[in-house]
Design a protein around this ligand. Sequence first.
Ligand code: HEM
Length: 448
Amino acid sequence: MRRYADVEAALADPRLVPPPAAAPGPTGGVAWLRATVARFSHGQTHDRRRALVVADLARLDPAALRRAAAGDPDTDPRRVAVRTLAQALGLADPDAVAEAIGVVAGAYFGDAADPAADRAVARLLPLMLPTGPTGHDGFDGGVAAGAPAPPGATEAARAAAEVAANRIGLLVQACDATATLVDHARRAAVGCPAATGVEALLAETLRHDPPVPALHRVATAATRVADANLAPGERVVLDVAAANRDPAVFADPDVFDPRRPGPASLTFGAAPRACPGTEHALAIAAGVLDRYLDAPATLVTGLVEQVLTRAGTWTAWDGRPRPAGDRVYTPHKAIRRVADHLVDHLAEIEARLAGQAPPPDHWHASMVTTPADLAPFTAHDLDEARSRLSRLALIWARRLDDLTAEQLDRSPGPGWSFRQLAFHLAGSVFYADAVGDLTPTDAAAPKG
Ligand code: HEM
C-alpha cells in the first residue's frame, strides 16, 4: 500500500494489527520480550501495555530531554537516545542500559534466535527499576533476574515483569529509530540553508527519509482497505516512505523542502497505535543536532570514532571486496577514502580562508580499486589508521573550533558553508559502513 490516504486508512483500521510475536519463550529472553510488549500486542492487552508506556513517558519533560541529549558528549546517537531516556526515567546504570538495549535492538524486529540478545534482556530486567524518588512498581527481583516465571508466580510478579518488559520495549523502540532520524537529518542539513531551524529540518527529514520506512499489518477480521478486501490472517505492508511522497498530498514530493506546509508525514504512524514517543524522539534528535550545530567539530571527531570502531573489526576481513551501489569497498579503501575526504576539504577550507581558489581535486576517489586497496588489513594497518585518522580529526577539530559563527555560516569563497562541510564530512562514515562490522559471529558471544 503506497498511497497516503490508503496507508492512513489502514493505520486507523482496528482490524489491522502488527503481526503478533511468535511463541513467548522463557521469561527474560527476546522472544518473551516481543510477546510481552505493546508493540506486538492487540486488543485489550495492547491497551493495557500501551498505558504502561504512556505513563512512563508522561513522567519525562521533552525540553529536559533535549538539553540532556545536547549535553551528552557521546558521538553515537543510539547510545545518547537510550542513555538520555534511561537517565530521565531514573533507571539504575544508564550506560549499561544503553549498551544492552543496543544489542536487543538488533534482534527485536526479527524472529530469529539470538543468544546475545537474550542475555542482554536478562541483564536489563533488573536494571528497569527506577532508583529515584519516583518509586517502585512492585517489580519482582526474581522474575527480573531472568528466571522463568514459576507456575505459581503471583499475578503481581507477572504484572511487574510486564512493566519491566514495556520499559525495555520503550527504550528499544527509541534506540535505532531516533538515531536513524539524527543520521538522516545530519545528511539533509548539508543541502539546507544555514538558517533552517532544527524543528523544520527534522519534520521534513521524517517525511522525505523516514527512519521506519514501512509498517506491517495482519487482518484479525475481514476488512476492506485501498479498494481491496482482506481476509482474516491476510498480511499487508504499509509503505510509509512511498505514502510520504504521494504527489496527491505533497507537491514536488521528491524535493527536500523544510518550509513545506502540512499535512504531517505518516512516519510516526497514526491512532490507535501512533508512536507514543513522538515528542520525546523529536526532543532527543533536536538535542543531538543542537550539539552538532554548537560544536561542528564533534561531527568530525564523531566520524573518525565511528570509522575506527568499525575498522577495529577489519583484521578479520576475508579478502572479498564489499559492494555498495556501483562501487566496491575494502578496509584499506575505506580508510583511504575517509582520509582523502578529510584532507581534501581541509585544504579547501584553508584555501578559502586565505582568499585563494581551492586546489583542484585530482583524487581517483571510489571509482578505482587499487592493488593496495586489496591488501590484507593487518593489526599494523589498524594501528596506522588510528594514528592517521585521529591526527586528522584533531587538526579538523582545532580548525573548526577556531572559526567564528560568521565564518562557519557565511564562509568565504564559493561552495558550502564550513558548517555544512562538517555535516557533509560526517557522511563519510558511508565508506566504513560499506565494509561493515566484521566481528566474527562466534567471537561475539562469550564462551561457556
Ligand atoms: C524517529 C524516531 C521514532 C519513529 C520514527 C517512531 C515510529 C513509530 C511508529 C511508526 C510506531 C507505530 C508502529 C505501528 O503502528 O505498527 C511506533 C510505536 C512505538 N514507539 Fe516509536 N518511533 C520513534 C521513536 C520512539 C521513541 C523515542 C520512543 C520512546 C521514548 C518510542 C516508543 C514507541 C513505542 C513504545 C511504540 C509502541 C506503541 C504501541 O504499539 O502502542 N518511539 N513508533
